[in-house]
Structure formats: C-alpha cells, structure tokens
Write a protein that binds this ligand. Sequence first.
Ligand code: AHR
Length: 497
Amino acid sequence: MLAKIVINADCKKGKISKNIYGHFAEHLGRCIYGGFWVGKDSEIPNIDGIRKDVVEALKKIKIPVLRWPGGCFADEYHWKDGIGPYESRPKMINVHWGGVIENNHFGTHEFFELCDLLNAEPYICGNVGSGTVQEMREWIEYMTFDGESPMANLRASNGRKEPWKLKYFGVGNESWGCGGNMRPEYYADVYRRYSTYVRNFGSNKIFKIACGPNTDDYNWTEVLMREAGKFVDGLSLHYYTVPGTWERKGSATDFDEEEWFITMKKALYMDELISKHSTIMDKYDSEKRVALVVDEWGTWYDVEPGTNPGFLYQQNTMRDALVAGIHFNIFNKHCDRVKMANIAQTINVLQAVILTDGAKMVLTPTYHVFDMYKVHQDAELLDFNIDTPEYMLDSEHGIPQVTATVSSDDSGKIHISLCNLNPKESVTVECEFRGAKVSKATCTILTADEMNAHNTFDNPNKVVPKEFDEIKIIDNKVIVTMPKMSVIVVEVGKVEE
Ligand code: AHR
C-alpha cells in the first residue's frame, strides 16, 4: 500500500489555534473529585487540594484551555455554593451524574488556581437552564471586577483581592437538551438577553460562546447565526463518536474489527459536520469572525463493568488514539473556522487522557496523541494534498486509510502527523516537498499489536510513544512505512528554501 502526500511548503493556510488541543472537566464521576481534586488533607501529594501528578502530566502536553464546570452540570450549578469556607458550602445532589452528593469544595477559587498551575486559559460555562441573568451577571463581576462592588468585595472577603482574567465564557450548555430543552428561536433570544450582562469589566474582554448545535442539527446553526450571530464570538458544536446506539454503545475494550471500522468512520464524520456547519456560518459571517468551538468531542462507550453507570468511566485503547489523531487532523484542516476544541473529558470520564485510582495514575493512549500533536499548537498549517488507499472492511465498505496534518512552527521546523486507520495493513507514506529542500527527518510512533491494547495501573507502558527509524529521505521525499494502526509524527528539520 502506498499513500502520497504533496506538500507545498511555501503555502501557509493559517494558524492552528493551540486551543484546538483544549480540555473539558465536569463535575461528573471522578473527573473533578478524585481526578483533579483530592482536598488539602489528602495523603495524595497535592497543591492546595489539587493533585500534583495530574498537574505535571497535563503541563507536559501543554493543555491550553480548560472548560468547566459542565456539561449538563453547568446548568444546575449555582456558583455561590462553591465559594467561602468549606464547612459553610451547601451540599447538593448531582442529579445528572449518579445522584451523588456534591460538596462544592471545588469551586471558582479552586478552578482558577488549577488553571494557574496548568498555565491554561479558563473557560467557564454559565447556568442558563436553571439560573438567572442576575446570577450570571454577578459571577462575572465576582471573577473580573477590579474595585469597589458587592461581588468584588465578596471575592476579597474570600481571600482574593485581585480579579482574575477570564476570557472564555459559555452562555449555557446544550440548551437544546439537558440545558433547558429550548428551541433555537427561543434560545437565540435567551442568549441575546443573558449575554448582554456578561460584561467586560475594566480591561477584561470576554469571548462569548453561544450554545451551538447537537451533531447535524443544521437548523440550530442557521437560526442562531441569523438571530443572534452578531452578539456571538464562538458557537459550540457537540459530537460524540459512539460505535453502537445510545442504548448499547459498545465496550471500550471488547470489540471486533467491524466495531473498530465503524468507530473510525464515525470519527471521520466530524469533517462533514464541520464543513456543513461552517458553510451555514459563512452565509452570515463570511469574514469568519465567529469561531466554531467543538467544546465536547470524543468516544463514548458503555461504562466499565461494575462501575457506576452515571460516572461514564471507560478504558482507552489504541482505537481511541486513532480517534484522537483523526479529530486533530480534521480540526487542524479547518483551522480557519475551528478555534477551539475540548476533549470530553480530561480525567476518568469518557475519552480521558488520564485515569486515576486512589494515589495511582495512568496515562492513556489518547494522552500520548495529545503529547505527540502538541507540535501543531499555534503552528502554521501548510497546504498539502493527500492521495491515500482505502481501508476496506469488506468489498463494499471503505474509508481513507491515512489522514494527516502538515504544519510549520516558529523555528521553521515542519511536522507531519499521520494516522494509519487500518488495524491489519501497513502503509508506506511518501511525502514530496515542493517549495523547500528537506535534509533531515526524525519520527515518533504510537502503535500496538492488538486493537484493544491499553494501559493499566499494573501495566502503564503498554501503549507509549517510541522513536521510529523506518524513515528515509530520497529525492526530496520523506518516506515512512507506517505499521498497521499507528499514529506517527515526523519532524522535518532544517529546511532550506
Ligand atoms: O460529557 C458528558 C455530557 O455530554 C455533558 O455533560 C453534556 O454536555 C453532554 O451531553
């Protein structure tokens, strides 16, 4: 099998926002509690209650932005419950996610501290579904007002005199579903009203993100852009890769090749979704001022046997690594419109990059893809054309075998990331450079022998990136032979133009 890529190295297509490599953390299962937060008195090493091991791991992949507190939880969340002394914070039932007690120990102050430790931009989602305009307005004042005001004084009395900088704010989550079951016409007006009071205090300038469509609800995008587009900075899109049905999604680790194939195909569907929603957005915003923010994406399987169905805990295999690579290649390709994406979710929930069990922590194959792809953060997308063989499940069902991104960074290095979606066949990829002379190339690979290979607390290094030397340069072509089911990132050094 041979795939050919022609790279026009002197043709830049636009910046790949680093925020495409963003994350999402909800008060759901063990994402916040046990994942990020163990509390100050925990024996697990922590900084003011935040796990040290997790912070170190996430810093390594340079997480640029973190969305919080939900998800469906956001539209049940009343931020004043999560400030002040722990003993006076009210407890509540987390109705959406397992009906467990939420003690509100992780709140606004803790979230900003976490973002500081990670060096990540906070992205807060406000409560439209069950909250008031006043509540949302006061939260913004509490976080960002510098001076004398009821909320700024309250913040100071809770130990934080200085306001925080807050850039990204979502006005409701899934307002078409768990966030209020609204129709787009109604939500467009609600958005206009609520977002009016999401004020810019002092020098803090908020990028307002409206609830966008579920999957292929193109009418939602049309109505929102038409009725509220001029008040919107970003429009969200949610799409999950579910191999089966919502009732029987399929196992995270026990699957056959057909399920592998369907999962790849459904991940590739993100490309069509972005193209079609972008076309509608272009109609109202030809200058592409409004960003498409894919603030929930990833695989969604049946929960691990024996775990709380409301906690959405699933394992993560080589299949998930490919799903991540496929998504990044799609987001990068659409970097003129897609300015942020947030995997659901960072720890212990859905397509997590980290799993924890008490003091133990394991990095998933998806984590390693984030690590390998970080070279594309804020790099320039380069023009390229790919001619790939098909990966055929049988004589009738095929998908592209190879997907790719090519970008160049500030220092002039070019990175080619490649995904081989075929779990049975290797493929040789020939990358021909035009507009640059190639002199040196190195390569990192993530691959496995079995489709369901994964990392466990007992065997944490089964799927980890390695250096790969099956690479050569001939006649200004970088040629790499990709093993079956692999993710590869090639670094092309010192290019003379
Ligand atoms: O990520 C899990 C849930 O999926 C989120 O809470 C919700 O927004 C979506 O339906």
